[in-house]
Each structure stands twice: as C-alpha cells, then as structure tokens.
Design a protein around this ligand. Sequence first.
Ligand code: HDE
Length: 713
Amino acid sequence: MKNFQDEKQRDLLINKSDGTNKFLTTDQGVKINDDNNSLKAGERGPSLLEDFILREKITHFDHERIPERIVHARGSGAHGFFEVTNPIPELTKAGFLQEKGLKTPVFTRFSTVAGSRGSTDLARDVRGFSVKFYTQEGIYDLVGNNVPVFFIQDASKFPDLIHAVKPEPHNEIPQAASAHDTFWDFISLMPESMHMIMWAMSDRAIPRSYRMMEGFGVHTFRLINEAGESVFVKFHWKPKLGTHAVAWDEAQKISGKNPDFHRQDLWEAIEAGNFPEWDLGVQIIPSEDENKYEFDLLDPTKLVPEELVPVTIIGRMVLNKNPDNFFAETEQIAFHPGHVVPGIDFTNDPLLQGRLFSYTDTQLSRLGSPNFHEIPINRSVAPVHNNQRDGHMRQEINTGRVSYHPNSLGGGCPYQAKIAEGGFASFNERIDAHKIRERSESFNDHFGQAKLFFNSQTPAEKSHIVKALRFELGKVETTAIRIRMLGLLSQVDQELAEKVAIGLGATVPPVLEKPLNHGVSPENENGKQESTTVEQSVKSSDALSMLKNPVNSPTIASRKVAIICADGVSEAAVSNMKKALLQEDAKGCIVAPHLGAVISDTDGEIHADFSFLTASSVLFDAVYIPDGVGLTVLAESDEVNEFLSDAYKHCKVIGADGRAVSILSAANFASKITNDDEGLIVTKEAASEKFAKDFIQAMGKHRFWEREPNLYN
Ligand code: HDE
C-alpha cells in the first residue's frame, strides 16, 4: 500500500527557509552590509528617503499583522496523521477511509472561542477541534468542538450569540469570559441554548489539556457509498489519555501563572515524543431512521445518545510534529466545513448550512484574497486545476491562453471528472417544499436533553455546574437577567435552580405560564414557536459525564509532578520517584527554593527545574515532598504552604515519605492524613517502591473531588 503520511511535509518543504550560514539580504536578494544604521546625511543628519533597505524593513513590519479570527482567535495546532483501523467502504466511498492502515497527513488546531489571540488558554469556554485531512482526493476539514451540541439552531442567530459573548462593545470588558450581562441576557432569552449551557458550565469547559478532550463534528453529516446510497453520521474523537478537567479556581490561577498552559502542554508533549492520540468514531444512522427519534437529527442542539446508536471506531489520529512557524501554519490555516471529498456530504441542519457560507467569506477578510488556498498550509496535495485566475498574491503561473470551460482551444482541459472517476456529486436528496422563514416544530424541545445531560453527571460534577452558574450569574449585574436564568434552569432541574439561587441570594421564579418564544422576551408576542420539554428515552448516559466516561483509563502518561526539594533532600527518595514516574511516561520536576543545584543528603547535586518563584502548584498534576534531613526550611516556607494548600484544594495527589511527612503536618494536613484521604499518600518509610507505586496509582484517579464540599451529598 502506498503510504501518504509524509506527503504534506514533502509538499511544505519547497516553502521552508533557513538562514543558517546564509547572508542577510533584502527581499530582493541584495546582500546587506549594515543592518544597524539607517542612511543619513551626515552622522547627526536626517535620514534619507532613498534608503530602500530601511523603507523595505519598516514597511514589511507595518503590515505584519492580519485580522484575528472573529471567533476561535486563540489556538494552537500540530501536524500528524490519520490512520484507518476499520475501513467502512460499504458506507462511504471517501478514499481516505477505504483501506486498513492507510495514513493521511493532517493538521489539527485547537482553540477557545471567545477570547482574542493573546487571551488565556484556561477561559471557561468551548474548545474548537479542527482537523484538516490532506487526502488524495482533496482537502477534507472536520471543523468541530469539544462539545457535541451548539447554543443555537439557526445560523441567523450566530452573530447575535457572538456579539453577546465577546467583550461588551462600550468598554471592551471582559476578555475571554462569558460571565457578563450581555451573554446571559441573550442566553436567558434563548431557551434552545440550555443544553449547550449545561455543557459550558460543566468541567468540559476547563480541560486539563487539549490532549485530554473529546471532539465532535456536532452536526449530522451524510456518508455516501459507491452505489450512491447514504447514511447519516455523527463524528466523535476519543482521546487516548481520557477526558480530564482542572478545577475552576485552578483555571483562574493558571490564567495568571501561565496563560499559555494548553499551548505549552501540547508543544512540550510533542517535543518529548508523547504524541497525543485520538480514535475517530462514527455513529451511523440509516436513512430510514431519520424520523425515528424524539429529537430531530438536523437540530444541532441535540446529540444522539450512545445508548441509542453506539460509536464505532474507524481510525486513529496521532499528532507528532509541531509547526515550524506559528504564523505560517497555525495562524494561516483556513478551515471550512464545506471542504468535503466525494463520499462525505452535508445535511439540511440550518446551522451547518449557514456555516457553509461563512467560512470562505471570513478567510477572504482574514487572509485577504481568494488565493488563500495557495498558502502552503492550506494547499491540497491532490492536484488543483481549474479556471479560477488572478487576484491578490496569486502564486500559481497558469500557462496557456485558456481560462474558461467549455473550450476547444485547450482541448477541453481541464476536464470534468465522471462520478466513477472521482468527480464530486452531491447527495441526490429529494426536496419538495414551500419557501418559508420558519423553524421546524421538531426543534421545539429545549430542555429534554439539557435534563439528560444533567442527570448523567456524578454528584461532584453537578456540584461544579451549580458553582459555575453561581460564579457566572454572580458576575451579572442586572437582577432581571439572573432571575430569568433561574427560571430557565428550573425547567432543566428544579433543585439545580434552587441551589444556584442560594448562591445568588435570589428565589427561583414560578415557571412561566406561557413559555418563552424563540429569541424574544416574554413581553414580545412576535415569536413563532414555544419551548417544550420532550421526555427522552435515554435517562442517563455515562458518555456524557467526564468522570463516568468509558474512554478514561488510569494512565498518567505525560503528567507532571512537582518534587519539592531543599538542601538535605534524600537522593534515593528523589531518584526512586523520578524513575517510577519515567516508567509511566510521566515526569518529575524538581522545585526548590532557588535555581541551580540542591545539595542532597549524600552531598550530591540535584538540578532544580524551577524555583518557588517560577513554579506553582496549579502547573502540576501532583506534588511530592521527598524524605530528607533538615527540611525545616520547607515547613516554614509560605510558598510550600501555598503549594500544598492549592494542591489539596484542587483535589490533587499529595505525597510525602520519611521525615517529609512532618512537613504535611506542619502545613495543617495532619487531620486530613488520619482521615484516610485516598489522595494523600504518606509513609514513614523512605524511598520505597511501594510508596511510588501507590502514588502513581492515586494519580491515575486524576482528582479526588470527594475532598470538596459537595452540594449534592
Ligand atoms: Fe465556526 N466559525 N461558526 N463553528 N468554527 C469560525 O472561521 C461560524 C460553529 C468552529 O481553528 C470562523 O476561519 C458560523 C459550530 C471552529 O481555524 C467563522 C457558525 C462549530 C473554528 C465561523 C459557526 C464551529 C470556527 C472564524 C454558525 C462546531 C476554528 C475563523 C452558523 C461544529 C477554526 C474561521 C480554526 C471558526 C463561523 C458555528 C466550530 C467566522 C457562522 C456549530 C473549531 O467563519
């Protein structure tokens, strides 16, 4: 089998440039003799207009920025490949899904939605999950999110949603946050958003890592086989490392300590050879089942529970190469849900239909020309020939005199492909309808799946949702908006609304006699439809809970442990833990009062990776204080105290052995140790293998949420 895995890298090679051992030149290739001084009339005289070197440099600099993405501006990406593990030729003729073992190059970009390019990675937000497949039949983009549903049902509301969530227009506050009046004002008038709101207020919105998120195509798409038969499909990415989150307090602290936390995590994992990996799964719904469910497959605020239609894994994606240049690759990459290949097609989902217009349009303004497909990262590895010509920054030099079809002067070339030759043909769907500006009644259920999601959560997860809502609505200044939200929440779950209300010092209003209409306040009677709640056949689904999610495994691969050391630390204890972590592909980092070396109990030097100033508990997955002599300096340190109390508060594993156990006691952990907290691993024995094993096993549980005061106990 021909392997295409490296084809995109080979294709990019022609554009790569490296100045090592080369002369400095102008853009025109003229060697520069002095890059430090502009041309002047005399030593202290004015600069001269003829200085083409200065003018070129400054002009280029003046134009370095391009508009950031209107949404998903903040992101990070990497190269990799997609490999078919379970071909589905009976369902789709898409070439890249035909053969087991076939590898296709990909570039994947993860992002937040609301923040600007320079905003924090740890905002409470949905994450974008976009994959560009460079297939032999052209580009295929799967432009999804880490949440399987969306806020709105119709593309016409997207600009409103984004205006509402972005910083408020009068004062440009707040950055990368939904916790403000305009967002909740809009949401409180849009009951269709309630399902997505449940996801956005859950821990899905504060992932531990891009590498630990699921991805979803969101819309229902179509697959088409050779015979022209079609099935409906929902796409799922399932991370090999499981789905994990940080705590909300932790997220806010990370935003200060390291706003590039996710970007750096992805970069470092790939550099270290810990290549992130996902399975690609599909839920297949036969055409004849289109109207079988209590929800409409075309409604993007609904998911198909895995209990109704299981996910079949068809391939895996591995990200194994960081970009060489952030701007050239991650910033200039242009995704589009309309980039499909034969065998994959759209449905009439009215949100998807709107997206099919928006993405080309936005690239025209962001990248500045209809030739954005020629930018190396966007360039197809399949040959491109057509009669599109000219425009800003055209790279291709089309030869010959023919730029139209049909033609005889060019021998009819480039010629159209028959379907059998791989020509794209849309699914032959029969449509017989009136032209109307309306929404299908089958979209009216706004609460059924919000309930399903909430009921699927563990008590700890429910508690986090309540606290997130208290936080978000607590930042809302307009009381009427808070009350309206409590009203909507009560239609999801009365107890949820009441618990949120306690945090707001408010009471839940009675359920409206007349439910809210689509996008209009109760006073306005122009809405056409009423919100309803449809009882769901599935009452609870483990796949919807992060903690019950079957994709989670106890792996601690690529996790980071802070090993807090000071002079006198036991060399044996440190190396015992480091070795044990390494065996699990995890990393122990030495954190000490200062950089340089710490002198161990055997007078050896242990190199410090971080000082207390440059490290913080929120940047690690667990904390270990190794045995040693004279560790009182740690017991007395405010930084160590803060380290431990944050780690404890964020429900992380904390370990200490030998004489270091006394440091935990000094930090007021004594009572907790005796309370049998499973996340506190302590032993009087120093450097024991069993201790390291217990510590690692506890880390495999990720977090000990039972430590928190739980609103659902
Ligand atoms: Fe997007 N979206 N979107 N979106 N979207 C963009 O395209 C838009 C929607 C998603 O890493 C923009 O190139 C409309 C759903 C991701 O470069 C823009 C509507 C889903 C990314 C745009 C939606 C997404 C974008 C901004 C409603 C999940 C980042 C820059 C009709 C399935 C892609 C750009 C990247 C980006 C429009 C709704 C995912 C403006 C009009 C639903 C992951 O074209």
